[in-house]
Design a protein around this ligand. Sequence first.
Ligand code: MN
Length: 198
Amino acid sequence: MFSLPDLGYGFDALEPHIDAKTMEIHHDKHHAAYVAKLNEALEKAPEELKDKKIEDLLRGLEDIPEDIRTAVRNNGGGHHNHTLFWETMKPGGAKTPQANLGEAIAYSFDSFENFKTKMAEAAMGRFGSGWAWLVNEEDKLEICSTANQDSTLTDGKTPILGLDVWEHAYYLKYQNRRPDYIEAWWNVVNWDVVASRL
Ligand code: MN
């Protein structure tokens, strides 16, 4: 059984960049629903799958019985993606990537500014619902995006930072202005948490 993790900070902690109402609905309704539906799907799963970590379920989607595979992909992905999202927006921490992470970003993307541009392009280029990701590949960092709640773990890539570009993440405050939401989101990234995932 999976459970909804606490945010670890108040719904209003990311104001004015991400508003409290959006955070409340996003965490208490959207994320909670992914957790509930994941647990519901796993009730029908073979016993050996029930104790697996969420990361292992997503890495091994092809081993999950077909009748629950889509439910685990969507809701397990939703659970893991959002858990990472909340953690990497925790207030406090460095405002820009420091030390090893700063070096890895400079090595992989030439500069922090160029990295931000590429990440925003991935987020804008995702048609409809999905995510933009910074992933840790073997020898460098890469940017990618996934549709819906697909996890990069299923493609063998470890995410260290993710940006939710589903409309539910920004519509109340930003309506159709996804670029404004992306620009504001940089203000709430906790680079110490991202660095700890490197
Ligand atoms: Mn979301």
